[in-house]
Write a protein that binds this ligand. Sequence first.
Ligand SMILES: [Zn+2]
Length: 325
Amino acid sequence: MNNIRNIATKTRLLPNYPNSHRLFTSSNYKCSCCATLFCHQITNTKFENKLSTPSLQMGLHNSGGVITKLYSTSSFSSSSKENNATTSKNKNDFNIEKLLANNKAWVKSRRDEDPEFFNRLGQRQTPKYLYFGCSDSRVPANEILGLGPGEVFVHRNVGNLVPVNDLNALSVLEYAVDHLGVTDIIVTGHYDCGAIRAATSRQDLGMLENWLRLVRDVYRLHKDQLDLLEDAEEKHLKLVELNVIEQCLNLYKTGVVQRKRIQTHAKSNGTEHHPRIHGMVFNPSDGILKKLSVDFRQRVGNLDHIYGLYDHKKEVRDRMNTASS
Ligand SMILES: [Zn+2]
């Protein structure tokens, strides 16, 4: 997180915002966890949206799998001199041509392996899984789950949070549950998470604090348990896990999830409840995913009358009455 502090510090020190493309794109200030989002938020805040993130914008050509560069940073720079300097710098930093070459190689290998692959991918997606995870570059959703393109609908943010008032996360949730019909939702945290570390340190990261405070709140909820752990690393590992569990509970609390679960339960005559919600933690040091125990009733206790938006017992009674009449 020291790197994140560097971003904030350097941004404040650079009032000449057009040059900040260089700052923004400089690998010197990349955070090891979630760098892009941190840069984007800080940059926009400090310069009142005069800067965007054009250097990172590219498009994915769905049907062919070929990445197409839409525009480059140079078109957003303030002068031709600036353009040349920035373009040259970007070539060194991002090596876009290399990425495009990688993409072509990937397309070829996929076609060689399965000539129909892109024909299928170009049609509608039907993923069974919705994944909420951290933006950390070491935790690629598809790869750690062993799933290919089209098999998992993904939402990632700093600290794998599912805030109940986050329009972005809730839109992803609703689309995945109501329109794609995912059957399982997986919240995945990871050890050595920069967001979790930042949220347990005494520092003010500006706007980021509004986001990280959600993790600080998780600590407050589990203070008794966490304070028993004297070792700082053990405390970190436990907080990573508890944060995942709290995000799972946040999902259970939503009307989208509760409504769909009661609908599928009724439709299947009580044999199914979708979507199911799972909590997992990934360890970047060995690549292992660990499943966590997430028992909503045990965690929420006797507050079903508060969090339960539907009367499940009534639904079961009604169904049984209908069946017997
Ligand atoms: Zn993380």
